[in-house]
Design a protein around this ligand. Structure first.
Ligand code: SF4
Ligand code: SF4
Ligand code: SF4
Length: 356
C-alpha cells in the first residue's frame, strides 16, 4: 500500500476512504437527485471499469462507486470530466472556474475541486407528486449554481410540500414548498372532503360552515394543498405564486443531533436564493475564514441567532408576505444533558459492558 496517500486531498475531490487499504469510493453529485439518463452511461462505465461493478445511492442522493483503486484515480478523474461538465456547467450553469467565489483554473483532469457544499437532496416535487407545490428539480439547479463549488460546508434539502419526505428539518438549510390557497365559493358543493382531509392529514384549520362550506382559520394553514387535492369541484386552487418555508440548524451526527426550526415562512424564491447567497459570507465569518467541517447549526450556535440573521439577510429584500422568526431557541446544546441520572449501586458494580 502507498503510505503517502493524501486522504484529505482525495476527500476534497469527493473520494471517501475505504476500510480496504488503498481503495476509495467516488461520490458523484446529482443536484436535486435527478440527471438526464445519458449520464448513467458514464456512471456505469466508471463502476464497470474502475469500481467493483456496483453503485450505491448515497444518503445525500449521490451516486457512489466503491472499490476504486488509488492508482486508478487520475484515470477516473479524466473520464469524469464529461460528467462534471455536463451536470454542473450544462445542466446547472455552474462556473467551475471559481471556488468559493475566488478564481480557480479548473483542470478537467482534477475531478471535483471541492466537497464543501454537499449534494442538494430533493424529493421529486410537482414534476410527479400529486402533493407537490413546487418544482424541486429546477430550484435545486438554481441553488447548485449559488453554493457550488465552495469549501464551506452546507447541506440543502428541498421538499416539494410540508409533508417533508426529504427531511428538510434535518439539515443545515431545509426548503419546503408551500402554496397560498385560493377559495372559489361558487364552486363549493359542501361535501366536507376538504375539512376531513385537513383534519386527518394536516393542521385542522378547516371547519364546516353554513351548508357545509368550509371556514378557514388562517392563522395556522401551512399551505400544504391537501384541501386542493381532495376537492372534487376545484373550489380550492393553488395560487400560482410559489412560496417557501426555510428551516435552519437541523443536523444529524454524534454531537447533539436536533431538528431544525423555521427561520422564514412564506418567503419568495428570490428571498430563498438571496439568503443562500449570503450563506458563505456567514460561514466564513463564523469560522474566522477557515472552512473547516461543522454543521450550520453549530455555526448559528456560535454566532448567536441575531448575528446569523443580520449577516444572512444582508441585502435581501423580503417579499411582503415573508415572515422572519424573531428568535429561535434550541434545547439540545449539551451532550448527555438528558442522562444525568445516578445508577443504582448494583448496576454500577456490573462495570464496563453493562447495558445500563
Ligand atoms: S415532500 Fe410532498 S411533494 Fe415531496 S414527495 Fe413528499 S408528498 Fe410529494
Ligand atoms: S392548505 Fe391549509 S387548509 Fe388546506 S389542507 Fe393544508 S393546512 Fe388545511
Ligand atoms: S372539498 Fe371542495 S366542494 Fe367539498 S366542501 Fe371542500 S371546498 Fe366545498
Amino acid at each position: 500500500m502507498n503510505r503517502d496517500i493524501n486522504v484529505t486531498k482525495l476527500k476534497l475531490n469527493c473520494y471517501r476512504q475505504s476500510k480496504v487499504p488503498g481503495e476509495f469510493m467516488l461520490q458523484l453529485r446529482v443536484p436535486g437527485a435527478v440527471i438526464p439518463v445519458e449520464y448513467l452511461d458514464i456512471a456505469s462505465e466508471i463502476a464497470r471499469k474502475w469500481g467493483d461493478g456496483n453503485f450505491h445511492i448515497g444518503t445525500r442522493m449521490t451516486l457512489d462507486f466503491p472499490g476504486i483503486k488509488y492508482d486508478d484515480i487520475p484515470a477516473v478523474n479524466k473520464y469524469l470530466a464529461r460528467y462534471i461538465k455536463g451536470i454542473e456547467e450544462d445542466e446547472c450553469d455552474v462556473d467551475m472556474d471559481k471556488v468559493a467565489g475566488e478564481p480557480h483554473d479548473w483542470d478537467e483532469d482534477e475531478g471535483y475541486p471541492t466537497i464543501g457544499a454537499r449534494n442538494i437532496s430533493a424529493c421529486i416535487g410537482n414534476v410527479h407528486c400529486i402533493c407537490g407545490n413546487i418544482n424541486t428539480q429546477d430550484l435545486a439547479k438554481k441553488i447548485e449554481k449559488i453554493i457550488f463549488p465552495s469549501h464551506y460546508h452546507i447541506k440543502v434539502n428541498i421538499a416539494g410540500c410540508p409533508n417533508d419526505c426529504v427531511k428538510a428539518h434535518m439539515c443545515d438549510f431545509g426548503i419546503i414548498g408551500t402554496a397560498k390557497i385560493d377559495f372559489h365559493p361558487e364552486r363549493c358543493i359542501g361535501c366536507g372532503a376538504c375539512v376531513r382531509q385537513c383534519k386527518h392529514a394536516s393542521t385542522r384549520v378547516l371547519s364546516p360552515g353554513p351548508n357545509g362550506t368550509p371556514i378557514k382559520d388562517d392563522c395556522c394553514c401551512v399551505g400544504c394543498g391537501e384541501c386542493v387535492r381532495v376537492c372534487p369541484t376545484g373550489a380550492w386552487t393553488r395560487n400560482p405564486q410559489k412560496f417557501y418555508k426555510v428551516i435552519i440548524g437541523g443536523r444529524t451526527g454524534r454531537q447533539t443531533p436536533r431538528a431544525g426550526k423555521m427561520f422564514l415562512n412564506w418567503a419568495s424564491e428570490d428571498v430563498v436564493l438571496g439568503v443562500l447567497g449570503n450563506w458563505q459570507k456567514f460561514s466564513a465569518w463564523a469560522l474566522d475564514y477557515k472552512p473547516v467541517y461543522l454543521h450550520g447549526g453549530h455555526l448559528i450556535d456560535r454566532a448567536g441567532y441575531q448575528k446569523f440573521k443580520e449577516i444572512i439577510l444582508d441585502g435581501v429584500k423580503l417579499n411582503p408576505e415573508c415572515m422572519v422568526a424573531e428568535q429561535i431557541f434550541w434545547q439540545e446544546t449539551e451532550y448527555r444533558s438528558n442522562f444525568n441520572v445516578k445508577l443504582p449501586a448494583d448496576h454500577q458494580k456490573a462495570g464496563p459492558g453493562s447495558q445500563g
